[in-house]
Write a protein that binds this ligand. Structure first.
Ligand SMILES: [Zn+2]
Length: 279
């Protein structure tokens, strides 16, 4: 059975002046607004992530030309720049928050902006996260510190996966359901931990379209970066230019994980961000 390609876009920062470390993954606000326009021109219907997950689990079919918007890490510009643009068009989105990186009042000493592996950047405050939740943005989890989960000892990975869920639920006062793997990295045992912690969906990167046949704990996403040109985005919007999940995990992914595990064991190099080649 073939499935219609569903682009699930992952953004990080949407800003004019990001810190250098996040600049390659930052989209200019004008480009972001243009991309929303391209999706509308192509008749894409932005659906909540949960609609896609329900379709994967045998629920109601999606509109024929669906797309999903997701945002990783919890940069402050989501509140100042992205949320107003989404609200103006009443577009749903999921924001995956790295709980240890949330800044400002309400962040315990052991967390705050230095409670994560990110270099300094303007991050959301807990108050802003709560405001976004009240506005209808889906708040999801992205671990506490943003490690490469598939290279961690199991106990440590579980703390990251469960800890961010309880922190978000304590703050928001309701369950949260959606998780995103830092750097997009997971493994069968990481996915099991995510499921055991009660997360009902999890997004990866994979540089591919998702679909109604994709795996709820390994949803494929397309990363929009500073160098994602108009033509590439338009091609994705039209459902071309990338493979459609589900597809089997390649030997390349497995070999790359083995390499990263080895490096993590020796140097603990917690690089803070995904690379284009890391699928
Ligand atoms: Zn991230």
């Amino acid at each position: 059975m073939t499935h219609a390609p569903v682009p699930v876009f992952v953004y990080h920062s949407v800003s004019v002046d990001p810190p250098p470390w996040i600049a390659p993954f930052t989209v200019h606000p004008h480009a972001f607004a243009e991309q929303l326009g391209l999706l509308a021109d192509d008749g894409r219907v932005i659906v909540p992530l949960r609609r896609l997950v329900e379709a994967m689990r045998g629920g109601p079919p999606l509109p024929p030309r669906s797309a999903v918007l997701t945002f990783d890490d919890g940069f402050a510009d989501f509140h100042s720049t992205v949320a107003p643009l989404l609200a103006a068009q009443q577009l749903p989105a999921t924001l995956y928050v790295t709980t240890g990186a949330v800044s400002g009042p309400g962040a315990p000493d052991r967390e705050g902006s230095r409670g994560s592996l990110f270099p300094p950047a303007a991050m959301l405050t807990w108050r802003q996260v709560a405001e976004l939740d009240a506005l209808g943005v889906e708040i999801g989890g992205h671990t506490r510190t943003h490690p490469q989960l598939d290279t961690l000892p199991r106990r440590h990975a579980r703390e990251e996966i469960e800890g961010c869920k309880s922190r978000l639920q304590d703050t928001l006062g309701h369950p949260v359901h959606s998780f995103a793997y830092p750097h997009g990295y997971s493994s069968p045992s990481v996915r099991r931990l995510v499921s055991e912690a009660g997360w009902t969906s999890a997004t990866a990167v994979r540089l591919a379209f998702s679909s109604g046949g994709d795996e709820p704990l390994r949803i494929a996403r397309l990363m929009v970066r500073a160098d994602t040109g108009r033509e590439r985005f338009r091609s994705w919007s039209r459902g071309t230019g990338a493979p459609v999940a589900p597809f089997p995990e390649g030997t390349r992914t497995t070999a790359w994980r083995a390499y990263r595990r080895l490096r993590a064991g020796v140097h603990r190099p917690y690089a803070a961000l995904p690379r284009q080649s890391d699928t």
